[in-house]
Design a binder for this molecule. Structure first.
Ligand code: DGJ
Length: 548
């Protein structure tokens, strides 16, 4: 098992000496391609939830906190809108931010603030009125046909200057109110950027920029998907992909200017979120089927080149199909891009993905719309807006909650893995160091399911896929397993291959708030003779195996 490298240990030591003065700044650290977000100087797994879009007002917060509590979340993601902090140009009002931060502290949760500025789901709806309706000063993009788009141009210099000024004011204010406590641990810059309906800005400013050579930083990172020139204009290098890639660069560049200026004032980690392009469809030039210019998987390299002050491009998961989720996670988790899922649907079908996402070593995850404001997210998410919506996530988060630090450290050390039941309901397996694990679903706890089982023969509560398990290999032969609705078999692999094996211990228990293991019982006999059967309720096991 890998040890923490010197530079990560040094970073941990530095932040702990700083802690004597003020809480250390949250920061992202990397170790052999695995990541952790350090909060208070220690790895922190974000068990997040995101509030509704319109809950960013003091009087709306009680319904948010109630859902946060039921969800056992340790982090709330919530918008701060440009329109609310700068309703009149140059006059800032941080009343909401002050209330939010104070109440988050009282509720014992951290905050991830979502800057709804120039773009919110690509549109300008969250800009102040003095921006929204001033097309001259804050130009919209033009389509190929010369018609104005709804979307503000990333090449509008005054738009950038005004957004940057507001964002910097926000970051300056956060520094003033939160430097000592670091309740705010990350900031999202803009929200689901890009443009629907036109691939890029065809106004004269867009045409002129499009004819410029591709910047060297982009050339160094983004290889053309089809043969093209090694350097030159966007068209020469990227052929049919040039329009989309140019727009991605323009948007990323704009975001970079905002993030860089904000971080110069208060250096919080930052990310952008993405309305996905279909991860299973063969790569093809933009044909109107996703928001051009957003940080889709195919342009992460362009974002990395153009926006070094953005730490992460994160996928928003709103397609619940398991093959699509798996493909998206594969594409967004990269040695240069920590896995972080800033949004996913709040329907029960998504809950099992928490195991897969945290098992893969993500720094965090957040279902969207975990908020008791009376607004249903169906069909994108849950039908109901009550405790039944929160419960599938809350029970899983409750199991992880005391481990938020420890899990983050294990993830940084590359010791974790995760499984989520597929839509095909088929068994899955994975190999950890010297041990394999297979998982099957829809099994009773005792004995095997007959081959000719009919729907009514399956265990209750398994009509839809909801099984999953996350593993942390905490020693050569020892695992922490958190899971539900799954049967597990462990087998000797790697250096153990060919040996026989037995369980030494299969302890069921809990972690106390200090992260100490409290055993309830040791599973043996019937409880392990038919595999390790994790029930409907998320259950924590500490398993020790021996190969002999
Ligand atoms: C993704 C966006 O980023 C959110 O702000 C919200 O609009 C959801 N879609 C819709 O539920």
């Amino acid at each position: 098992m890998k040890k923490l490298s010197y530079h990560v240990l040094a970073a941990l030591a530095l932040v702990s000496t700083q802690a004597l003065a003020a809480a250390p700044m949250p920061r992202l650290v990397q170790q052999d391609g695995h990541y952790a977000l350090l909060v208070d100087g220690k790895p922190f797994t974000m068990l997040g939830v995101q509030a509704h879009n319109s809950s960013n007002y003091p009087n709306a917060l009680p319904k948010v906190w109630a859902a946060v509590k039921d969800a056992h979340a340790n982090t709330l993601e919530i918008p701060v809108a440009w329109e609310q902090i700068e309703p009149v140009e140059g006059r800032f009002d941080f009343g909401y931010v002050d209330t939010l931060v104070a109440e988050a502290r009282r509720n014992g949760v951290r905050l991830v603030l979502l800057w709804f500025g120039t773009w919110k789901n690509t549109g300008p709806a969250y800009t102040p009125e003095w921006v929204k309706f001033d097309d001259k000063r804050f130009p919209r993009m033009l389509g190929r046909d010369g018609k104005a788009s709804y979307c503000l141009s990333p090449l509008g210099e005054q738009t950038l200057a005004a957004d940057r000024k507001a964002f910097v004011a926000l970051m300056r204010h956060l520094k003033q109110i939160d430097e000592a406590q670091r309740t705010v641990i990350m900031v999202q810059v803009e929200n689901e950027v890009g443009t629907y309906g036109t691939v890029r800005d065809f106004a004269p400013r867009g045409e002129a920029a499009f004819r410029q050579p591709v910047p060297a930083a982009v050339l160094a990172r983004k290889k053309p998907p089809v043969p093209g020139a090694a350097s030159g204009t966007w068209s020469e290098v990227y052929g049919p992909y040039a329009d989309e890639y140019f727009h991605a660069w323009a948007v990323a560049n704009y975001i970079e200017e905002i993030a860089k200026a904000g971080r110069a004032v208060y250096d919080l980690p930052t990310f952008v979120n993405n309305a996905l392009r279909d991860p299973l469809e063969p790569l093809a030039p933009w044909k109107g089927n996703f928001a051009s210019g957003g940080p889709t998987y195919d342009v992460i390299d362009i974002y990395k080149a153009a926006a070094p002050h953005i730490d992460i491009a994160g996928p928003d998961l709103y397609a619940p199909q398991s093959d699509s989720v798996a493909a998206t996670l594969d594409k967004f988790q990269r040695p240069d891009n920590a896995l972080f899922v800033p949004e996913m649907g709040n329907a029960a079908a998504y809950a099992r993905y928490v195991y897969r996402i945290l098992g893969r070593g993500a720094i965090g995850v957040a279902p969207f719309g975990i908020d008791y404001a009376d607004y249903s997210n169906y069909p994108l998410g849950a039908k109901r807006t009550d405790q039944t919506m929160v419960e599938p996530f809350g029970t899983i988060y409750a199991a992880f909650a005391p481990l938020a630090q420890q899990w983050g450290r294990w993830a940084l050390e590359g010791r974790t893995a995760g499984i989520a039941e597929g839509d095909d309901r088929k068994p899955q397996s994975l190999v950890l160091k010297d041990w394999g694990v297979s998982a099957s679903f829809r099994e009773w706890q005792f004995g095997a399911m007959g081959k000719d089982a009919k729907e009514e023969d399956y265990p209750p509560g398994t009509a839809a896929p909801n099984g999953g398990a996350a593993f942390a290999q905490i020693g050569a032969d020892e695992f922490i397993v958190i899971g539900q609705h799954v049967r597990l078999h462990f087998w000797p692999a790697g250096a153990n291959e060919g040996k026989r094996s037995m369980f030494a211990r299969v302890e069921e228990g809990q972690f106390d708030p200090q992260g100490r293991w409290i055993m309830e019982r040791n599973w043996n006999g019937d409880q392990v003779d038919h595999g390790v059967n994790l029930p409907a309720r998320p259950t924590i096991l500490k398993i020790r195996l021996r190969a002999y």
